[in-house]
Design a protein around this ligand. Sequence first.
Ligand SMILES: Nc1nc2c(c(=O)[nH]1)N[C@H]1C(S)=C(S)[C@@H](COP(=O)(O)O)O[C@H]1N2
Ligand SMILES: [Mo]
Length: 313
Amino acid sequence: MVRLRYPIPPASEITPKGVRVRRRHFLQQAGGLLLAAAAPGLSAAPAWQAGTADAVQSPFSTDEPLTDQAMAAGYNNFFEFGTGKEDPKRHAHRLRTSPWSVEISGEVDRPGHYTLEDILAPHGLEERIYRLRCVEGWSMVIPWLGFPLGDLLRRFEPTSRAGYVVFETLHDPEQMPGQRSRILDWPYREGLRIDEAMHPLTLLAVGMYGEVLPNQNGAPLRLVVPWKYGFKSIKSIVSIHLQEEQPIGSWEAQQPAEYGFYANVNPQVSHPRWRQATERRIGEGGRRRTEIFNGYGELVADLYAGMDLRRHF
Ligand SMILES: Nc1nc2c(c(=O)[nH]1)N[C@H]1C(S)=C(S)[C@@H](COP(=O)(O)O)O[C@H]1N2
Ligand SMILES: [Mo]
């Protein structure tokens, strides 16, 4: 049985209340969730068995105040469960997150269908407190639990032709009643350029606030790309496909004039219906100025050197 080992961080790097206290809660839930999914004969041991996991506080975390946990889990965009902000919380209990598997395909040397346990087993968990900015003009600060997407992709050995990564959400109108309406071309699909996908800020999240992800926040596995508008952070992922050509995401397909492939947070490029110059932090009054790359420019601006970000919005 694989026993996961986590680097023990210096005490100063552990948020006293943020990780340690709530960790127990997370482990109980995660243990239940993942143990339930692990049938005899499956290769990997369930991740995060009690006593083996310790989430490390990431140096990429912001020290801004966290958004209230109930708000982060009660005001969501997850169109598979309806278009209202409270629909996902109301309906996402219909999603069965266990058993879960993810197909890795395309330009990788080790394609296949992997169980969630296989996907997660070798990865340690970090807590990453990120700002997330929705194109609709609001933002949140959420403590995610996850690990870098790049660490996962490297395991499956991308070929030299892997220029882009395409992600898909589960497509099952029985569990996701919002998929009966044609607002988007299901399944929800999003993509990243390979260097964006491999960037250390790009996170695959399995939890938040020290607990397993609520279904409405994209359980059991979602992307978090903090320098891009929220719609890039695709939820409930079942497919990761590497390819040579730039893909077209669901929102870009639906309305190319409004949603570009890059979707980098950019206060200078307005969405036709929502100005991007300012934002409302959920739970706070007033508005604050929106920062280029959502404030992560120092870490990511190099990815776009020489590109006209008004054209490649
Ligand atoms: N599958 C899927 N992923 C999705 C969405 C969606 O409708 N379906 N909405 C996106 C949008 S627009 C935003 S702002 C974020 C919201 O994430 P949160 O609800 O966890 O804050 O999820 C993104 N991921
Ligand atoms: Mo969004």
